[in-house]
Design a protein around this ligand. Structure first.
Ligand code: SF4
Ligand code: SF4
Length: 403
């Protein structure tokens, strides 16, 4: 039988023991409540949260890293909801992912994306010149579509009040989403801009738990935005992007950014409340289910604004129960969706969400996160749910009354 050496000077024991009270693994009672609430619980493989905690606090660094559990964790914190000691699993797993020996297990796709993001400002490697060319061309189409030669998608406008930070997909395979967001800004008559220097709301430094990289990526957004003198940074619908730029930014960069950070649904809701835009809910005369993205809801506390906005865009908002703090992860979090080899795993972790959607009986699901949307679309196809998936802001744009 193999003898396992337990070292109390291990990286994990040293670093996890330093976590705040409530997140300290040494407070774990081994009750197993976390394990039964994990998205992997009824599926094959995946992390066993109680085991992660046990291995970490025994200093079994090498065994834990080799187990693969760290990279299968969705960082969703659903298990944390049920932990009587309140141990925040995403903090434990992120700390363990930052182990010096864990780096070579990072997926090739994530490594490549991080390299591109750090060199160009975009995870897909879109250069500044390509950004300008894309936006100039889109602007022309936008003016034609709205029959208004003054309508445009502005960029690098100093003194604009709002800066829109897109998801990289909006400058690649989902240009229509960017046009939909531009329509909302156009209808609001607010001064807004995009920036050719930072074109990406995502921050994969968060997934790999390298705070130096996460900080650099956050600063790549924050510093040019401050130079433009904006008042509010409006984030494209992105769960982890919101969590990093809204919740973690101050701790990451050591100061508060000079502007406010909000998500696109929050911006639209403000416009409706200020009566600068009008929405027509009759355009979606059917119930739509709301999915709570873990990073936006449970981890950042944004529950109500997207729901309120959705209620203004459709006949009825259907809750996928359990919801809000107890919501079930879509199954694509923690960097899983960004790994092209993860499809089979994602379909296992998405099964509980698929079951929830079936139970709700809806034909349409909306989530304020483009990553959740992609995962929900994949599980809809895989489990033959036949549901249409949209973002909240895209639904609002379709409901917009212009003119
Ligand atoms: S954070 Fe989510 S995926 Fe990770 S162990 Fe907890 S419930 Fe499972
Ligand atoms: S629920 Fe909390 S206390 Fe119980 S085993 Fe999991 S981490 Fe430990």
């Amino acid at each position: 039988m193999e003898t396992i050496e337990i070292s109390d000077s291990s990286f994990l024991i040293q670093s996890l023991n330093n976590l705040d009270k409530g997140d300290n693994t040494f407070e774990c009672m081994s009750c197993g409540a976390c394990t039964s609430s994990c998205s992997w619980f009824e599926g094959e493989g995946g992390p066993v949260p109680r085991q992660i905690i046990k291995m970490a606090r025994m200093g079994l660094d090498e065994q834990l890293i080799k187990s693969g559990m760290l990279w299968d964790c969705l960082l969703c914190n659903r298990c944390t909801q049920n932990c009587p000691m309140g141990i925040t699993m995403s903090k434990v797993v992120r700390k363990a992912r930052s182990h010096p020996d864990a780096g070579n297990l990072i997926s090739e796709d994530i490594q490549k994306g991080i390299k591109s993001r750090l060199s160009t400002g975009d995870v897909n490697g879109l250069t500044k010149e390509e950004f300008v060319e894309t936006i100039e061309w889109m602007s022309e189409e936008f003016a034609d579509e709205l029959c208004d030669p003054k309508a445009k998608i502005p960029y690098d406008q100093e003194g604009a009040k709002f800066l829109y930070l897109p998801n990289p997909r909006e400058l690649g395979i989902n240009l229509m989403h960017l046009t939909a967001m531009a329509k909302i800004f156009y209808a609001s008559h607010e001064s807004w801009t995009m920036s050719s220097k930072h074109t990406d709301v995502t921050n994969w430094g968060y997934f790999v738990s390298d705070d130096a990289i996460a900080k650099e990526m956050a600063l790549m957004v924050i510093e040019p935005a401050e130079k433009l003198g904006i008042q509010t940074l409006v984030l494209s619908e992105c769960g982890h992007g919101y969590h990093v730029l809204k919740v973690m930014a101050e701790q990451l960069i050591g100061r508060k950014p000079t502007f406010e950070v909000i998500s696109m649904p929050e911006f639209i809701l403000r416009c409706v409340e200020n009566k600068t835009i009008t929405l027509n809910k009759d355009l979606h005369p059917y119930p739509i289910a709301y999915h709570d993205p873990c990073n936006l809801g449970r981890k950042s506390g944004l529950f109500d604004a997207p729901r309120q906005l959705l209620a203004l865009c459709c006949k009825e908002v259907v809750e996928l129960l359990p919801n809000r703090e107890n919501a079930i992860c879509c199954g694509g979090g923690g960097g899983m969706l960004q790994d092209s080899k993860s499809f089979n795993k994602r379909m296992i972790t998405g099964k509980a969400k698929a079951d929830q959607i079936i139970k709700s009986g809806v034909d349409c699901v909306a989530a304020p996160c483009l990553s959740c949307n992609r995962q929900l679309g994949d599980i809809s196809k895989h489990y033959k749910l036949g549901v249409k998936v949209d973002t909240i802001a895209a639904l609002a744009s379709k409901s917009l009354v212009i003119g």
